[in-house]
Design a protein. Structure first.
Length: 138
């Protein structure tokens, strides 16, 4: 069994963004030379997310609207913000969208279903954050 580790770094222009990171993760898979195994992609910050879904702009706008209804940005609404922060909504959005994904690797390719892509979701951006890619297998 071998393993390969790589980090992606993001510093988004906007507070909230969805970024398709499938090409970067596929490049890491090529570098790993692993043919059969698993790939973990993990957001390493508590106000960002990694998830799998369709790469369709309308759907991404729907995610943004839906998340804003569930956890609207507000400096006054949340107990967490009493600590001097203003990002309680981002913590909640991350919890909803998820921390990581695991994708099976078969014959040196991701075993995706139709339309599946890997996304980085940023909910409190405009600063440096990392995503871990950990690939294990043979």
């Amino acid at each position: 069994m071998k393993s390969y580790t790589q980090y992606l770094v993001f510093n988004t222009k906007n507070r909230k963004e969805f970024i398709n990171i499938t090409p970067q993760v596929e490049e890491a898979l090529k570098k790993s030379q692993i043919q059969q195994g698993l790939c973990l992609v993990n957001a390493m910050h508590i106000t960002s997310s990694v998830f799998i879904n369709d790469d369709e702009k309308g759907l991404h706008r729907d995610f943004g609207s839906w998340l804003e209804e569930l956890a609207p940005f507000s400096k006054e609404k949340y107990q967490h913000n009493l600590s001097g922060e203003d990002n309680a909504d981002a913590h909640l959005k991350r919890t909803i969208m998820g921390r990581e994904v695991v994708v099976a690797i078969t014959n040196s390719k991701f075993d995706f279903g139709p339309w599946e892509q890997i996304f980085y979701g940023e909910f409190d951006g405009q600063r440096r954050k990392r995503v871990l890619i950990k690939i294990i297998g043979e």
